[in-house]
Design a protein around this ligand. Structure first.
Ligand code: SAH
Length: 387
């Protein structure tokens, strides 16, 4: 195995527990797609890493000592990750959740989600992808009970992004359960699946009382999963707003899966800022407003970035929030710290009295690397205005 010497700062970072390696950690040009031994400047072994270009970073530290990436290594990783999630496997009201999460489970560059009887693999770089046969065989030895698997390609260079991987094929779409609510999902249509599993606690809060008897506005709704959760939790009316044309049909499918009458549930295919204007003009008001934008968004007129512009969503939402109403503010931007996110929200409130009712970060199935704050990318606040 090739040995690479890293500088003092990098050795310190690795000893602290950070597993993601940056291009800046290695000044010389590197041979990529390979496993290396890292040592500090005094020649002391730091551990094993692999190098591969990905969206963020150029590789992952995978543990102390000399590690061999063979089927035993992967089997043990998957077994440990499975044991950690026993409570999820035992809960018959939830059949979709994350069963392996990158560095939080000791191996960055790979995540695996469970959707009922099927596994969904996400490969984040060419190196993990090249290990696919060994990884899938080890996975199947830990999960013999699963019917089949699919894969998503989350790095550049291949001519496909989604495919069937092993075992039986899943129906084109089928329903999973979460907190007792049904959602319609699809495993082989682009990178999306119809639901973002990392929000299950927030949806759970809507099912469990936050939305009871309330009118709910869901901004950037995608398939309206928050609206369905709210409806199942007793919301009297939901409105879901998303630019994507396909969102309407996919949203209705979630409602139909739960046998909910669509009469009091509305879908608006439009820009959220246009909807704010429309609602202000009509004098509409909502008891709960969910705001969950993508990190960057572009429409014909403007670009939007959560880092700079989140406050605008908050101030707009406040103009159509009913007295004592609740905002659910969410972001998955890993480049926005929780402090800066809060600062954006406070700027939007501009002194209007409010209190924070709850904070959500990634749920425990999305295991995070405790030493690396940026791996816990999800930040959600439930906030109530005081008047
Ligand atoms: N809240 C959703 C996930 C949102 S994903 C959920 O819980 O499932 C981001 C969504 O924002 C995408 O569906 C995209 O179509 C939509 N979007 C992006 N820019 C928008 C805009 N300006 N107005 C309305 N929707 C927008």
């Amino acid at each position: 195995m090739k040995k690479l010497t890293v500088g003092a700062q990098v050795a310190k970072k690795i000893r602290k527990g950070i597993q993601l390696l940056d291009a800046g950690d290695f000044p010389e040009s590197l041979e990529m797609e390979t496993v290396v031994e890292l040592q500090d400047q005094s020649g002391q072994l730091l551990g094993t890493a692999y190098l591969s270009q990905q969206n963020k970073g150029i590789g992952w530290y995978i543990g102390t000592g000399k590690r061999k990436l063979d089927s035993v290594f992967y089997h043990n990783l998957f077994q440990a990750a499975k044991s950690k999630r026993r409570a999820y496997f035992e809960d018959s009201h939830t059949t979709a959740f994350r069963i392996f999460n990158q560095d939080g489970d000791g191996f960055g560059g790979l995540s695996i989600d469970l959707y009922g009887d099927f596994a969904l693999f996400s490969w984040y770089n060419a190196f993990v992808y090249s290990q696919k046969e060994t990884i899938v065989a080890a996975f199947q030895s830990v999960y013999p009970e699963l019917a089949g698997g699919y894969e998503k390609i989350r790095f550049k260079g291949l001519d496909y992004e989604s495919a069937h991987l092993f075992g039986q094929e899943a129906p084109a779409n089928f329903t999973i359960l979460e907190n007792g609510v049904s959602y319609q999902v699809f495993l082989n249509d682009g990178l999306m699946t119809g639901i973002f599993l990392d929000q299950h606690q927030v949806r759970g809060s809507l099912v469990d009382g936050l939305a009871a008897g309330k009118s709910v506005l869901n901004m950037f709704s995608y398939t309206a999963a928050f609206s369905v959760a709210a409806a199942m939790g007793g919301a009297v009316e939901t409105r879901s707003v998303d630019l994507a044309k396909r969102s309407r049909e996919l949203s209705q499918a979630h409602f139909v899966a739960n046998h909910i009458d669509l009469e009091q549930h509305f879908f608006h295919v439009m820009d959220v800022f246009e909807y704010f204007k429309y609602a202000q003009k009509k004098g509409l008001g909502f008891d709960v407003i969910v705001i969950d934008p993508p990190s960057f968004a572009r429409n014909k007129k403007q670009t939007f970035s959560v880092v700079k512009d989140y406050h605008k969503l908050v101030s707009q939402a406040l103009t159509i929030l009913n007295p004592k109403g609740v905002l659910i503010t969410s972001t998955n931007a890993s480049n926005l710290s929780i402090e800066k996110f809060k600062a954006q929200i406070e700027k939007g409130f501009a002194g209007i009295p409010h209190k924070y009712l709850a904070t959500y970060r990634l749920p425990s199935d999305f295991a995070v690397n405790q030493s690396d704050e940026s791996s816990n990318y999800l930040k959600v606040f439930t906030i109530q205005v005081e008047k």
